[in-house]
Design a binder for this molecule. Structure first.
Ligand SMILES: [Zn+2]
Length: 395
């Protein structure tokens, strides 16, 4: 298919589109190894004389890739993005999700907006970076397993001192923000709860311990916390200006005439930056331990409630006086900023590496994770301008 853009000229460079085509062709759903894609990027960089470093996860089947262009002994800027994508399972796509399709100024394919489009532009700009007389380096940090809890980048950030001997000035995380400058996001902590009851025939219900009933009481406790969150504190700069608590999945029981032995559910906290989830996690735990379990164990000591923290990603909130904000706005060519409720690797760059971070990237979050995911070519073009200006700044 051909592009049909109103301006008559292609808003994105052929290089960005060609690289995106290659990146999309790798099925880097988080459950798969991302090594084939990483090897492709390594080759691309090596062919242009850029050395890169793999940072493996403990299984050795996945890796982050770090590369530095320009003088490594100076403080520079990080362009960071994840290589993994969400699955296409159960989604109804009009075309093959792993083949880039261009139509009406849009590029369709899994990961086009979240976030291989950003990776493609960053790579397409490498020749320009190499030609420019950079006085500060530009680092590329391509991670894995972001979609399942910002797992991968932690391994790279543990080694940031080796990868970037001089601490970077700032990191730009290229998640799809339609090139809006995001200066804060919430923290996110998610939990799995297993309630173990005592099964008996339902006609003998008082002799059993109903796992679903106790799970329900705990879920109402979480709902009560959410109600208190709604009363404040607030930060009106966020799309959702309060912290939130939410239960998202529940399973339990087998048949109606058996008191259910197990009930499992998952819940999350999304906290405004600066507000600890710990107080509320403790509240849930102590309600389970001090109120619910004594009643359960009075009937059968083998019953109980296990609460497991599955994943925690810190929030971040860049100081509005920080020089990185006006700089990001100048690079993006716009004057506004926002705060968002979804988590990114920015919180980890801030908390693990002490690197001030901004989330800014091409494409809209509206298209992320959806069937027929696409990115506007014009968005890639805007991201190209962003990196052009960054290169100028580094000279
Ligand atoms: Zn993403």
């Amino acid at each position: 298919m051909t592009s049909n853009t109103t301006a008559g000229t292609r808003p994105a460079s052929a290089a960005s589109v060609d690289i995106l085509r290659d990146l999309v062709s790798f099925d880097t759903t988080s459950r798969n190894s991302n090594i084939p894609l990483i090897a492709w990027v390594e080759d691309y960089l090596a062919n242009r004389g850029v050395r890169s470093t793999r940072v493996y996860d403990p299984t050795g089947t996945k890796a982050n890739l770090w590369a530095t262009i320009g003088p490594a002994d100076q403080a520079g800027y990080v362009l960071s993005g994840h290589t993994d994508t969400v699955p296409v399972d159960g989604q109804d796509w009009a075309s093959d999700p792993f083949r880039l399709v261009e139509h009406d100024g849009r590029l369709y394919g899994r990961g086009t907006t979240d976030m291989k489009g950003f990776l493609a532009v960053a790579l397409a700009k490498v020749p320009d970076m190499l030609q420019a007389p950079l006085k500060r380096p530009i680092h590329l940090c391509f991670s894995h397993d972001e979609e399942i809890g910002c797992i991968g980048v932690r391994y790279a950030l543990e080694r940031i001192g080796d990868l970037a001997p001089v601490a970077p000035v700032a990191a730009f995380i290229g998640e799809p923000t339609s090139m809006q400058v995001i200066v804060a996001h919430k923290g996110k902590h998610n939990y799995r709860v297993v309630v173990t009851g005592k099964p008996v025939h339902s006609s003998l219900a008082p002799a059993g311990v109903n796992a679903i009933d106790y799970a329900a009481e705990l879920i109402l406790k979480i709902r009560d916390i959410n109600r208190r969150f709604a009363e404040g504190p607030r930060d009106e700069a966020f799309d959702i200006p309060v912290s939130t608590a939410h239960t998202g999945v529940i399973t339990g029981g087998t048949v109606l005439n058996i008191v259910p032995e197990t009930c499992e559910f998952a819940f999350e906290f999304r906290m405004l930056p600066g507000i600890s989830h710990q107080t509320f996690e403790d509240e849930v735990r102590s309600f389970a331990r001090d109120v619910l379990e004594p009643r359960m164990k009075a009937i059968d000591p083998a019953t109980g409630i296990v609460i497991e923290l599955v994943n925690g990603t810190p929030g971040f909130d860049t100081d509005l006086g920080s020089a990185v904000i006006p700089m990001a706005k100048a690079l993006a060519g716009r004057n506004d900023h926002a705060k968002v409720a979804y988590g990114t690797e920015a919180g980890l760059f801030v908390h693990m590496a002490g690197v001030p971070s901004i989330v800014v990237g091409p494409g809209s979050i509206e298209q992320a994770h959806r069937p027929d995911e696409f990115i506007e070519m014009a968005e890639l073009g805007r991201c190209e301008r962003f990196i052009d200006r960054l290169i100028e700044r580094c000279c």
